[in-house]
Design a protein around this ligand. Structure first.
Ligand code: AMP
Ligand code: GLY
Length: 422
């Protein structure tokens, strides 16, 4: 069958790489894709949010399945757009309905959902402009650090963690005053949880689910998890502390109740659920839900998933997910992100990249790249994810770091301590 994948990051290159291995695939198209996705499929110059153009392309190219990489089209309702269209309604979209996507699109919605279904998460209250004074009072009842979250999508930047009460009160006022536009017209204030984080992924049809290999990502720009938050500087799978005992708790306390909750509430959800977890003591808590795969987690997770991904998608739509068994590559997989100088602040694009042909034993998942005048050039803050296998963590990392040295462009930076805390 022909498949259309939406998105343009490292996650999408990793998904495209995996889909391209499927025995079920005829042609893979990626909209809009990047310089890497074009090596495993065909890029199409359509934005992932342009539903009308997507419709024309799907009908004109005999597309039999659409896979949505990023959250924005899901929150904007791409699955419903297909379901409600006479000509598109029989074409499955991997990704939840608009309602299901609210698990990521609104922190308040997600918190209320967790509360309804007894899913462990930080205690919280939410506030709007009208209740700013109460919000400031509420902060006084909490201990530092203070966690403030914009309710809506804010490109991973909507969470502030502050050590001083006055600062937290000031930031609350600024957030409600439009710091993140509409996304922060409601702000969730949360209890601070202290522990180590990991990402768990399920693929669900809204009733049954399979759990994919877990991963840990490294969000801060600086070594030792210091400095500004980024989209993610690297990932590793498996995660040593996510042992059988911990993962049993995750499944029983979090994954199952989440999927049962979707089912009970009749929420149409056929796609990935990303559980952003934190281990407090020995117990998992949900920090956030996402309604898509993680980036850069996907760049490690896809290396360890041995199943045919398209078969898993087919099972999701056939209602046969319970018959599927996930097979994991026993090796370690790591991904080291090369980024642009200055990222996550201001950075330049269009830097010519060289050294690709010298890379051996790693898979280069392109994130922010494009082709210009016959050269591959940088086209984003996160540029390329150098992904490798190893018999252990050290071997996989050594391969990625060796190859990270071989790719060159002006301003290149990467963290050389991915996995340091495991
Ligand atoms: P989020 O966008 O919700 O994933 O939050 C971004 C990051 O902020 C998370 O990955 C955590 O490192 C941190 N964070 C969010 N909520 C909390 C919390 N309640 N306690 C401690 N850290 C948090
Ligand atoms: N790596 C975190 C995310 O994709 O949101």
């Amino acid at each position: 069958m022909n498949i259309l994948l939406l998105g343009s990051g490292g996650r999408e290159h990793a998904l495209a790489w995996k889909i391209a291995k499927s025995s079920k695939l005829d042609k893979l198209f990626i909209a809009p894709g990047n310089a890497g996705t074009n090596q495993v499929g065909t890029n199409v110059n359509i934005k992932a949010e342009d539903f009308d153009a997507i419709k024309d392309f799907v009908l004109g190219n005999d597309i039999k399945m659409v896979v949505c990489g990023p959250e924005a089209p899901l929150v904007a309702g791409i699955s419903d757009f297909f379901k409600n269209d006479e000509e598109l309604k029989n074409i499955p979209v991997v990704g939840p309905s608009k309602e299901g996507a609210q698990l990521e699109g609104s922190k308040e919605y997600a918190k209320e959902f967790m509360l309804r279904h007894g899913i462990p998460t930080a205690a919280y209250k939410s506030f709007t402009k009208e209740t700013l004074a109460e919000g400031k009072e509420f902060l006084k009842t909490l201990k530092a650090p203070y966690v403030l979250k914009a309710d809506g999508l804010a490109a991973g930047k909507g969470v502030l963690i502050l050590n001083e009460l006055e600062e937290a009160q000031k930031e609350l006022e600024e957030m409600l005053g439009g710091m993140f536009g509409d996304a922060s017209s409601t702000v969730v204030i949360e209890e601070f949880l202290s522990g180590i984080e990991c990402s768990v992924f399920a693929l669900t049809d809204g009733k049954d689910y399979v759990i994919l290999p877990e991963a840990k990502d490294y969000k801060r720009i600086g070594e030792g998890d210091t400095g500004l938050n980024t989209g993610g500087m690297g990932s590793i799978s498996p995660v040593s502390f996510a042992d059988e005992e911990f993962m049993t708790k995750v499944e029983e306390r979090i994954v199952k109740p989440t999927i049962d909750g979707l089912n009970k509430e009749n929420i149409d959800y056929k796609g990935f659920v990303f559980f952003g977890l934190i281990k407090v003591g020995n117990d998992p808590y949900v920090i956030e839900y996402n309604v898509r795969m993680g980036d850069p987690e996907t760049e490690s997770v896809m290396l360890r998933l041995e199943n045919d991904l398209v078969e898993l998608f087919e099972a999701t739509f056939a209602g046969t997910l319970s018959e599927q068994k996930i097979i994991k590559d026993p090796r370690f997989a790591v991904s080291v992100m090369l980024v642009a100088g200055g990222y996550p602040g201001d950075y330049e694009k269009g830097k010519v990249m060289t050294g690709f042909e010298e890379v051996t034993d790693s898979i280069l998942f392109h994130a922010g790249t494009t082709v210009k005048d016959g050269n591959i050039v940088t086209n984003g803050g996160r540029v390329i994810a150098v992904s490798s296998y190893g018999k252990d963590k050290a071997e996989a990392l050594a391969t990625s770091f060796k190859n990270a040295q071989k790719i060159n462009y002006e301003g290149k930076y990467f963290r050389s301590d991915i996995g340091f805390d495991l």
